[in-house]
Ligand binder design. Structure first.
Ligand code: ADP
Ligand code: MG
Length: 483
């Protein structure tokens, strides 16, 4: 599938590769014991290492290493048993060491991939590498325009930089890649994927070309912090480049900034190269050497990841691939669904979770974790339908009452007298009343206007406050009208 750049004269193809910075979920920073908790008082979580005090030595945090390896395994990637740390030197006020410790030449994780689906088509996006590096501090310019403040809480926090191959071909694919990557990281518990809190940010590399041509010059749009913005940045940057090429100009390789208010990218600086940073091996850190057995041990403890879970939901529960994808996107939803579906009609469970439950969560601004309807409650409601205690119409009302009150469905049915009526005497009485009140329609029906059957069903159900057993009502009505 090719993507056509809107408004362009010729046929252009987008080429995009993403560099995702994902904050590692860990108690402590990459090379110090300071806490990584979000939202703390500025500069309250800063060790001497993070503040760049002279003579302080970094000590690698084994948990961060394990998290990077788990992520690599989750991306089906090569795990490099030997990796090395380099210093990337540059000056900035929020970088007190004067360099960032990163892994340019020997990253901990090599090639892997992420599978995405866009418009029903599955595509594999290559992951070039994943390396560990330190985050910088944060500069705050907004409180007082004449001064800048520095918060070093983030300084030294472990990041995984996950670099994709230039395999992405449209804004939709960029969005699908980020959603899938975030889902995998969350399943693994290696990054919370919270883009609003900055724990996942993306540098967006974009170029455009005519179909079949070699790649052209790319620009890198820095630090885009939501999936929607990434998609939009791809679109507007591609558009800008097409305009440059089509007006006879040439795209210059540069680093650009995405302005979400004006919906455009702007030049920041010409592209820096690796040699500008004077990378060299960090003399304070030994090469990182992993034991194969340790990696294998981590692998045995990986959770079932979204793609595998989705395939299982299709085969085990007979769900459509689309429904299965919706249910596995968040691990909590998958767990909820399986607990409802266990021993029950799985398709019904899926429909209630994706339909009524998602609707209720949306409406009440809640997530599946704090759902007003528990999996046990929804399961009980499916049981009440399966054993004919309530019919499908009443179930909708019972569900709404469950959302409002948090009560169990059995209790709601009893308290409100919502049991389905299977007593044929009561059903016959309702039918007689409806027939008596609609003599003209009965005649039309008997004269061949069979469409009217639905009208009679509706009237009888209404007379029974919705509680009639639909199958019994249908059967009794058919017999009575034929008479
Ligand atoms: P850096 O940005 O640090 O110089 P790389 O040169 O390895 O690093 O490229 C980084 C990203 O740019 C990768 O995600 C890669 O897929 C992407 N990329 C490389 N070439 C192109 C291109 N011609 N068009 C779009 N993206 C590209
Ligand atoms: Mg880059």
């Amino acid at each position: 599938m090719s993507y056509t750049v809107a408004g362009a004269e010729g046929e252009w193809e987008i080429v995009c590769g993403l560099e995702v910075h994902a904050q590692v979920t860990s108690q402590a920073k990459l090379f110090s014991g300071a806490s990584t908790e979000f939202g703390a008082e500025p500069n309250s979580q800063v060790s001497f290492v993070d503040a760049g005090f002279p003579g302080m030595l970094p000590v690698i945090n084994a948990e961060c290493v394990a998290q990077a390896v788990r992520t690599g395994l989750g991306l089906d990637a090569q795990i490099n048993l030997v990796s090395k740390f380099d210093r990337k030197n540059y000056f900035y006020a929020d970088l007190p060491q004067g360099y960032q410790i990163s892994q340019l030449y020997h990253p901990i994780v090599g090639a892997g991939h992420v599978e995405i689906e866009v418009e029903g088509e599955t595509r594999r996006i290559g992951v070039t590498r994943l390396h560990l590096e330190q985050d910088a501090g944060k500069s705050l310019h907004d409180q007082d325009p004449s001064r800048s403040f520095i918060d070093l809480n983030r300084s030294g926090v472990a990041l995984m930089e996950i670099v994709s191959e230039p395999d992405i071909r449209s804004p939709e694919e960029a969005g699908a890649y980020l959603r899938k990557l975030r889902s995998i990281l969350r399943y693994l518990g290696t990054c919370d994927g919270n883009m609003e809190e900055g724990s996942m940010r993306a540098d967006v590399n974009v170029s455009v070309r005519k179909h079949g041509e070699p790649f052209r010059t790319r620009c890198e749009v820095k630090n885009v912090n939501s999936i929607r913005y990434v998609m939009h940045a791809v679109e507007v940057e591609a558009r800008r480049q097409v305009d440059v090429w089509e007006s006879g100009g040439e795209v210059r390789q540069e680093t650009r900034l995405y302005d979400n208010v004006r919906g455009e990218t702007r030049s920041m600086r010409s592209k820096e190269n690796a040699h500008d940073y004077r990378y060299f091996p960090d003399p304070d850190l030994l090469p990182l050497v992993l034991e194969e057995a340790w990696v294998a041990e981590l692998k045995t403890h990986l959770p079932e990841l979204p793609d595998a879970k989705r395939a299982r939901f299709v085969s085990q529960y007979g769900l459509s691939p689309y429904d299965a994808a919706v249910l596995v996107a968040e691990q909590a939803t998958a767990v909820f669904f399986e607990s409802v579906a266990h021993g029950r009609d799985a398709k019904a469970a899926a429909n209630w979770v994706m339909g009524d439950l998602f609707g209720a969560l949306n409406r009440t601004g809640r997530t599946i974790e704090d759902s007003p309807v528990s999996a046990a409650a929804l399961g009980e409601m499916l049981d009440l339908m399966a054993d004919n205690t309530i019919n499908g119409r009443i179930a909708k009302d019972v569900f709404e009452a469950m959302v409002e009150t948090g009560d169990m469905p059995g209790a709601i049915v009893e308290a409100r007298g919502l049991r389905q009526v299977t007593d044929t005497g009561a059903i016959d009485a309702a039918i007689e009343a409806v027939i008596a009140a609609n003599g003209d329609k009965v005649e039309q029906y008997r004269g061949g206007k069979e469409k009217l059957f639905g009208f009679f069903v509706g009237q009888v159900m209404k007379a029974m406050a919705g509680k009639g057993n639909p199958a019994l009502v249908n059967e009794a009505l058919k017999t009575r009208l034929a008479a």
